[in-house]
Design a protein around this ligand. Sequence first.
Ligand code: KG4
Ligand code: ZN
Length: 365
Amino acid sequence: MSEALTVLGLESSCDDTAAAVVRVEAGKRTRILSSVVYGQEALHVDYGGVVPEIAARAHAEKLDICVKQCLSEAGCALRNVDAVAVTAGPGLIGGVMSGVMCAKGIAAGSGIPLVGVNHLAGHALTPRLTDGTPYPYLMLLVSGGHCQLLIVRGSEDFTRLGGTIDDAPGEAFDKTARLLGLGQPGGPAVERQAASGDPARFRFPRPLLDRAGCDMSFSGLKTALLRTRDQVVAGKGGLSPQDRADLCAGFQAAIADVLAEKTRRALDIYAAEHPDIPILAVAGGVAANKAIRAGLETVTAQAGCEFVSPPLALCTDNAAMIAYAGAELFVAGRRDDMTLAARPRWPLDQTSPALLGSGKKGAKA
Ligand code: KG4
Ligand code: ZN
């Protein structure tokens, strides 16, 4: 890339409406000029999960406000933008359509080139945005909607080594919090409880560790937790604060063990291919969990591997990652037109068989 590029990004695939402006320049660290995220938590809180129709309507209402705000915060006029990048899938289809239509409107009205971006590619390329991580690297993407281990070789070149066949870990944390009467989002609530709990008191299963490969399963864990909770309640007539803390600690330890072991296996496969440059990068809200992070740090240290962990605000859903991924695609020559479609499913690795799970937060791809 010879000159600097300014890219506007839009994200609306789940329950965050986001817009951002990034400036990408060859040989320099990418600058995020602005990044605006409007979460929708309050709109969905009474329903126990994201309601697609409510999400889509809220995105449609907020997108142009987000765009205006991020351009103004970046001190940038639309005429100075070189491309508009938008999440075109995978995700909840109404939300993705809202974003794609907004981006098409901007492109049609201003003549700015349009680039459709895979939301998962946005997450997967985030270490390049934040740390300038060179290709290739191994990525663990672990959030409320996704869980995959990927070799990232290029902006459109991914190999999936494994992923969840049912729930994503964040979903499992959220459901566990609900079963124990804790607030949402469940991950931070469970982690807080686990801090004063004994992870050894209740031994939860480590699903699929007995099976070769890097696929994972988390839906059985919540059933195991429900059964254990009911046994404690039946025996004592209720849950004490210590019971709750011990249940959280046991549950968290099971998830951390599974993620660490499956990542260790993926690192083995990756290192056999790329012995010189072992890098593990993480993204997704669940990567904030200290026990999970500690497990991954141990595994990477044992493998002599570098561990890249972008700041949390860029691990969770945001539009800066979409703008950045759009910039890489733009530089590679990608241009979309008014036929750009919103896709509910869009696997990064088109050669791997589809993963089965499709939870409340949309398709897992
Ligand atoms: O990446 P993210 O913000 O949104 C998407 O799912 O796309 O991830 C949110 C998920 C929620 O399920 C939340 O419970 C989980 O990440 N999470 C955590 C923690 N912080 C957020 N899970 C475990 N421990 C945490 N500290
Ligand atoms: Zn996401």
